[in-house]
Ligand binder design. Structure first.
Ligand code: GDP
Length: 450
């Protein structure tokens, strides 16, 4: 199952930097050490050395670090060459490694080997990529928690309790006459109820973690001049974080990303929606509507002095009916109204001034509330859609098992089968039994060199 060839990659980001690292991993790096460093290396000690080319010339000078197996990131022998961080010089060193027998690593291949060598489980391996990609400090902290194994430990503890319950029920199958009394005495239903609560609690934390990872797609809609850009700037300005108009072609829906209390918000630009002229713009409009269809929240903004009903707005009228929304009355500094919130038909209306900032706190609360986020996201795991799916499946199977166990003569075989399925779903999270396809998909999305 293990790949055992020698892999090499530039492990630092592309571009120029103070240092650049070429990393190698495999069963044997001695050829590379002999060819490039030309002296023996003490384990885990940094050695200042020239990196030699084929003719003995120095390609660069830097630090060589050797981590003999199994005490390394991958569990194999790892060699790191820390040189100067320029793309040309790093390419030379990498090329030399390939001449000496290494092969260029695929995306995520170092971490995949760490997983295959039991250095980390699958949820932790995913957390490595999530930590690197974390867009906010809160997301980074949550990824670090997952990487440290907190998420896996919770899942494993539930799996253990589940195995205990399965053992109990499966043992009863062998003694059908006494089964009911036996199970009642062992409180099988009580144990199952506790298990279901634990899975539900982990699911809730993972759902928040998924929000930290994915963020919310938000669309701001309103007639020209009601204050959409001012609102966006205000949201960005107070919580200065990331403002990245995502570069795309004119055909893509444009998004800018901001952050509210650690949650990334991807704001979809709806500026083009009101004027369809040429073909290219029409395509842009279609893309924008497709993005709106998948959005999590709409902020519908009006000038509070205008008595127009928001439903009269042609864009608002076309919004997907189930899209959660918050109505905003802007420019209260001009109308003399106070900032406030009103709840009507489960839809919140908020009075604000994008110009003075009045009411912005209320708006932020409302946005996070609609998204299901907590004030305190500490303690969340950075979870992926895959994890939520597995936890959801486990919940459904446990609910089915609970149903089976009700009544005077429960079908124990069926209940046992449901418990087995629940266990399988949970084990998918940490990767106890995983298909090569899934591994390929997960590690293929890593960057090269990780
Ligand atoms: P958009 O077309 O919806 O993006 O609207 P803008 O954000 O460009 O705002 C249109 C005009 O209204 C600008 O002159 C803003 O300065 C002004 N404006 C926006 N929000 C407020 C507000 O809360 N109070 C006041 N007095 N003016 C505002």
């Amino acid at each position: 199952m293990l790949d055992t060839d020698l892999i090499a990659a530039i492990a630092t980001p592309a571009g120029r930097g103070g240092i650049g690292i070429v990393r190698l991993s495999g069963p044997d790096v001695s050829h590379v050490v002999a060819g490039i460093v030309r002296r023996s290396l003490k384990p885990r000690v940094a050695t200042l050395t020239p990196f030699h080319g084929a003719d003995g010339e120095a390609l660069d000078h830097g630090l060589a670090l050797l981590f003999p197996a199994p005490h390394s990131y991958t569990g194999e022998t790892v060699l790191e060459l820390h040189g100067h961080g320029g793309p040309a010089v790093l390419a030379l060193v990498l090329k030399r490694c390939v001449e000496l027998g290494a092969r260029l690593a695929m995306p995520g291949e170092f971490t995949k080997r760490a997983f295959l060598n039991d250095k980390m489980d699958l949820a932790q391996a995913e957390a490595v990529a999530d930590l690197i990609e974390a867009a906010t400090a809160t997301a980074a902290r949550a990824a670090t928690r997952s990487l440290a194994g907190e998420f896996s430990r919770e899942v494993n503890a539930i799996v253990e309790a589940l195995i205990e319950l399965r053992t109990l029920i499966e043992a009863t199958l062998d003694f059908p006459e006494e089964d009911i009394e036996f199970l009642a005495a062992a409180d099988a239903t009580g144990k199952l109820a506790v298990l279901r609560e634990r899975v539900a609690a982990v699911f809730a934390r993972a759902r928040e973690g998924n929000l930290l990872r994915e963020g919310l797609d938000v669309v701001i809609i309103g007639a020209p001049n009601v204050g959409k850009s001012s609102l966006l700037n205000r949201l960005v300005g107070d919580d200065v974080a990331i403002v990245t108009p995502i570069a795309g072609t004119t055909r893509d829906a444009v998004r800018s990303s901001i952050e509210i209390r650690g949650i990334p918000l991807h704001v979809i630009d709806t500026a083009g929606l009101r004027e369809a002229t040429d073909e290219v713009e029409k395509i842009g409009i279609e893309r924008t509507w497709a993005a709106i269809d998948r959005a999590d929240l709409a902020l519908v903004i009006t000038d509070t002095r205008e008595q127009r009903r928001v439903g009269d707005d042609p864009v608002v009228a076309k919004l997907p009916p189930l899209l959660p929304r918050v109505l905003i009355h802007n420019k209260i500094d001009l109308s003399g109204e106070a900032p406030r919130v009103a709840l009507r038909d489960a839809i919140r209306t908020i009075w604000i001034s994008a110009k003075t900032g009045d009411g912005m706190g209320l708006l932020r609360d409302a946005i996070l509330d609609v998204a299901g986020a907590h004030e305190d996201m500490e303690g969340t795991f950075l979870a992926r859609a895959r994890h939520l799916e597995a936890l959801g499946k486990a919940r459904a199977r446990l609910a089915a098992a609970a149903e089976q166990l009700e009544g005077p003569s429960p079908p124990l075989e069926l209940a046992a089968e449901e418990l087995r399925n629940a266990q399988r779903a949970l084990s998918d999270i940490t990767g106890t039994f995983t298909s090569d396809d899934l591994l390929g998909e997960i590690f293929g999305r890593f960057c090269i060199g990780k």
